[in-house]
Design a binder for this molecule. Structure first.
Ligand SMILES: N[C@@H](CCC(=O)N[C@@H](CS)C(=O)NCC(=O)O)C(=O)O
Length: 237
């Protein structure tokens, strides 16, 4: 069986588990600690990063884009019959999604409102591009989720949680992206592709009192005076 080496709040991993779930490919997950990486993991992960996908042959694949493309090619297509051009376009829109993971992580870790808004603005630049190309279908290009949808799922899932928990809306001003988010959340894929304690881990890391989002949970949302340190941590987890 395929094995995904994972870290619980990693969006790069969630993209891969989303593809596995959507394609109904059986897989198992092994979680590791990124602050204390085991030697066996370092031996198979050239960059020391998750996700790693161990194939049926025992080959350790790394880099989420490469893993996503492997799963797309080897297992039955989610959207059969796409032309090579359409596939290339889908990859390009997927890359735009996966490039936002660290941007969003850094926004969520912002320690003051000004930094949060500044980083959310970077994310908004990407949402504006997608808003322009989303059509009338439920998902990015059709009525079932395809590879582009799954690449954006981690970003849209996190935006959903943040809005639910704090009221802060990364998608403000993008009605089509909001509908797309609702359609994706309604599939149930978001919950299926993370660990059972994802919410607790996510909240602990991104919505604690140390972040502007977490401090915003108090009735006084704009705590900029209290939280005047800029976050310099752009790492994700
Ligand atoms: N380019 C990599 C990025 C993966 C990544 O940043 N993973 C993070 C967790 S979300 C990680 O493993 N960080 C540990 C480290 O960089 O030492 C990919 O697409 O797979």
């Amino acid at each position: 069986m395929l094995k995904v080496i994972s870290f619980k709040i990693c969006p790069f991993v969630q993209r891969i588990t989303a593809i596995l779930e959507a394609k109904q490919i059986p897989y198992e997950v092994e979680y590791i600690s990124l602050s204390d990486k085991p030697q066996w993991f370092l031996d198979i992960s050239p960059n020391g990063q998750v996700p790693v996908l161990v194939t049926e042959n025992g080959t350790a694949l790394f880099e989420s884009d490469a893993i996503a493309e492997y799963l797309d090619e080897v297992y039955p297509a989610l959207q059969p019959g796409l032309s090579f051009e359409q596939k290339a376009l889908n990859r390009a829109w997927s890359y735009l999604g996966s490039k936002q993971y660290l941007v969003q992580c850094s926004a969520q870790r912002s320690q003051d409102i000004a930094t949060l808004n500044e980083r959310a603005e970077k994310l908004a630049t990407a949402f504006a591009k997608v808003e322009k190309v989303l059509g009338d279908t439920r998902f990015f290009s059709g009525d079932i989720p395809g590879m582009v949808d799954l690449a954006w799922l981690p970003v849209l899932h996190r935006a959903y949680i943040v809005k639910e928990k704090t009221g802060f809306d990364f998608l403000a001003g993008f009605p089509k992206v909001q509908s797309w988010q609702s359609a994706l959340i309604a599939t149930g894929l978001a919950e299926k592709t993370v660990s059972e304690d994802f919410m607790a881990k996510f909240s602990q890391f991104y919505l604690s009192e140390a972040t502007a989002l977490g401090a915003g949970l108090s009735p006084c949302r704009n705590n900029a005076d209290k939280l005047n340190n800029s976050c310099t941590d752009i790492s994700c987890c």
